[in-house]
Design a protein around this ligand. Structure first.
Ligand SMILES: Nc1ncnc2c1ncn2[C@@H]1O[C@H](COP(=O)(O)OP(=O)(O)OP(=O)(O)O)[C@@H](O)[C@H]1O
Ligand SMILES: [Mg+2]
Length: 582
């Protein structure tokens, strides 16, 4: 764990609010200082009483009592300033952190998201800002006050009696040392407990996410037992770490008892020898109470700080990861004049094990409609992801109207390409907002027109709240075919010069598909179109068919031309045509 890396990540946020943050700490310090001044005043009060036992009228009691009142009021004011200002400034800083972190996260590549779990990313973002709150609270209300109390108690006692001061300091050091060593030793169990805790959350998420499978395969008893054993392991670790915590408390409290006895014994014997006054005995007692009160917390404060720093660290690691796919320096906007697409010797692999594309060559003329066909896993969807620059090529180039996709801004590139993906996901928002995502300034009327063209309108009208119906997480409340039609409507609305359909109609029955073909034909007019399809009805309408096998364009031509050759296309066609006939 790197404390400095976390502090460095927090610094810009603190800096932007440094006046308020400082004021908050300052207020808390004033409060603590006023508090530790108390024993000194009580010493003065007692001294004044004992010195004037014979002539009480001379005792300057009212002045001292008023001073105590004023000091307490100053302390009150300091604490209130500290409290209110941190209540004001912490939410500002935390909100800013969440915003910037989401910003940073969304800048990460497609690959980054395919490699991480949404749930854990979400937790990391939230923990980063919550850790800030914990660190600020612990330092402001516990750690700094502890140091101030130690320093003031030592100084105050030193003025009266050096031996008393040094022995107090010695004891404080022993308690802190015991705590540090104990917490360090206990850390391995704390980490095990935290790991188990995460495992329990993961197990819960897995079972809840798969509730359908549990029902389907009658896994109720099985899951119950499985969850029982994970929670049982967590319980054991929880018990162990909490017992250890209690043991630490016990040890500390015992040390506290002996400290109090030892110090008071010293103080009383010094008084007997006439070395210190009765007020000084009160002073010692006052500082002892203040110190023991603060030290009591040391173990908990340290554990909290440790946890907060290690929680924040997880997000810092993400923040330190460079964005995989970045806009080139001085990247220009993509300007589409005609819509020509070229793949030149494009090579790519997801990981080092297998090349997915090998010297892939493809040239799509402006306004041309090209179908990519080929067996599953051939690399068709990958070609689309590369065109959209979800990944960077390992070799070769991709041009749109002569501009390298790597050298234009990602936003301008994706703005000009409308994609209907193989498995479209929707936001958990209204159907209307989902369609409007294609062009966010579209009017309600435009949204509905697009929905009609994509044949969504029919089913949307039947939804309980029509266009305002929420579609569920990732669009789960719609059928596969309905989701695809929403995605098509979205693409219709986007109306980009390049259109890519990745099996856009695969989940539709023949009748709906025929209806949509009609809409798609309209949509394809005057656009460069890349279609990945298995259905011959779709493929046959294209200007040209490119056969992809093992990441290479192995053949191309019209349906008739390809059929005439005895190649992969003919094989695919025979299988499917055969399948249709039987
Ligand atoms: N994110 C990924 N990480 C690693 N490998 C991947 C990833 N996505 C795809 N692949 C692999 O790359 C190969 C090509 O996948 P791709 O999705 O391009 O195939 P496809 O031609 O679209 O197939 P289908 O017709 O089944 O959709 C497959 O072998 C697949 O396992
Ligand atoms: Mg695919």
């Amino acid at each position: 764990m790197s404390v400095s890396a976390v502090l460095k990540a927090y610094w810009p946020y603190v800096k932007s609010q440094k006046g308020w943050v400082f004021l908050s700490y300052f207020g808390a310090c004033v409060g603590v200082l006023a508090g530790v001044y108390g024993p000194w005043l009580y010493k003065a009060l007692v001294d004044s009483i004992t010195n004037n036992l014979n002539d009480p009228s001379k005792a300057d009691l009212l002045r001292i009592l008023l001073t105590i009142l004023i000091v307490n009021l100053i302390g009150w004011l300091g604490y209130r300033i500290g409290g209110f200002v941190s209540s004001y400034v912490q939410p500002i800083i935390m909100a800013e952190m969440d915003r910037k972190n989401l910003d940073n996260l969304l800048g990460h590549s497609y690959q980054f998201f395919t490699n991480s779990f949404a749930g854990s990313l979400l937790r990391k973002i939230q923990r980063f800002s919550r850790s800030f709150e914990r660190i600020m609270d612990e330092t402001e209300w516990n750690l700094f006050p502890l140091f101030i109390t130690i320093a003031v108690a030592f100084g105050g006692l030193y003025l009266r009696n050096a031996i008393l001061a040094w022995s107090t300091l010695g004891f404080v050091c022993v308690v802190i040392l015991v705590n540090v060593l104990f917490s360090k030793w206990k850390l391995k169990y704390d980490l095990q407990r935290a790991e188990k805790d995460t495992e329990v959350s993961g197990a819960l998420a897995d079972v809840i996410g798969n509730s359908v499978n549990v029902k389907l395969f009658s896994g109720y008893a099985f899951e119950k037992n499985k969850f029982f054993s994970v929670t049982e392991e967590l319980r054991k670790l929880q018990n162990l770490t909490w017992y250890l915590g209690e043991a630490n408390f016990a040890l500390q409290a015992l040390l506290g008892c002996f400290l109090e006895f030892g110090m008071m014994y010293l103080a009383v014997s010094y008084w007997q020898k006439g070395l210190i006054s009765v007020g000084d005995v009160i002073l010692v007692q006052g500082y002892l109470i203040a110190l023991i009160g603060r030290l009591w917390n040391v173990g908990r404060v340290m554990r909290n700080l440790y946890e907060a720093f290690s929680d924040a660290q997880e997000m810092v690691e993400i923040l330190d990861t460079p964005h995989g796919v970045k806009d080139a320096k001085g990247a220009k906007q993509l300007k589409i004049t005609q819509g020509k697409i070229e793949f030149v010797k494009a090579s790519f692999n997801y990981n080092q094990t297998r090349e997915v594309l090998k010297d892939f060559e493809l040239s799509v003329e402006p306004g041309e409609r090209v179908a990519l066909v080929g067996p599953s896993g051939a690399g068709k969807s990958t070609i689309v992801k590369l065109l959209l620059r979800f990944y960077d090529l390992d070799g070769g180039k991709i041009f749109i109207d002569g501009q390298d996709v790597k050298k234009v801004t990602q936003i301008s590139l994706r703005d000009q390409i409308a994609l209907v993906p193989q498995d479209p996901f929707l936001f958990h928002r209204s159907v209307r907002d989902n369609i409007r995502y294609g062009r966010r300034d579209a009017s309600d009327q435009e949204v509905e027109e697009a929905a009609k063209l994509a044949h969504c309108h029919e089913f949307i009208e039947k939804l309980p709240n029509g266009y305002e119906t929420f579609v569920g997480e990732r669009g789960i409340k719609l059928s596969g075919g309905e989701r695809q039609r929403v995605a098509i409507a979205r693409a219709i609305l986007a109306n980009a010069p390049i259109l890519v359909l990745d099996e856009a109609t695969s989940s539709l029955d023949s009748e709906s598909e025929a209806m949509i073909q009609d809409a798609l034909r309209n949509l394809m007019k005057n656009k460069t179109v890349l279609v990945i399809a298995h259905r011959l009805s779709t493929i046959m309408q294209m200007d040209r068919i490119v056969v992809v096998e093992d990441g290479r364009a192995v053949d191309q031509g019209s349906h008739q031309q390809l059929l005439a050759r005895e190649g992969l296309y003919q094989k695919l066609w025979t299988i499917q045509a055969g399948g249709f006939i039987s």
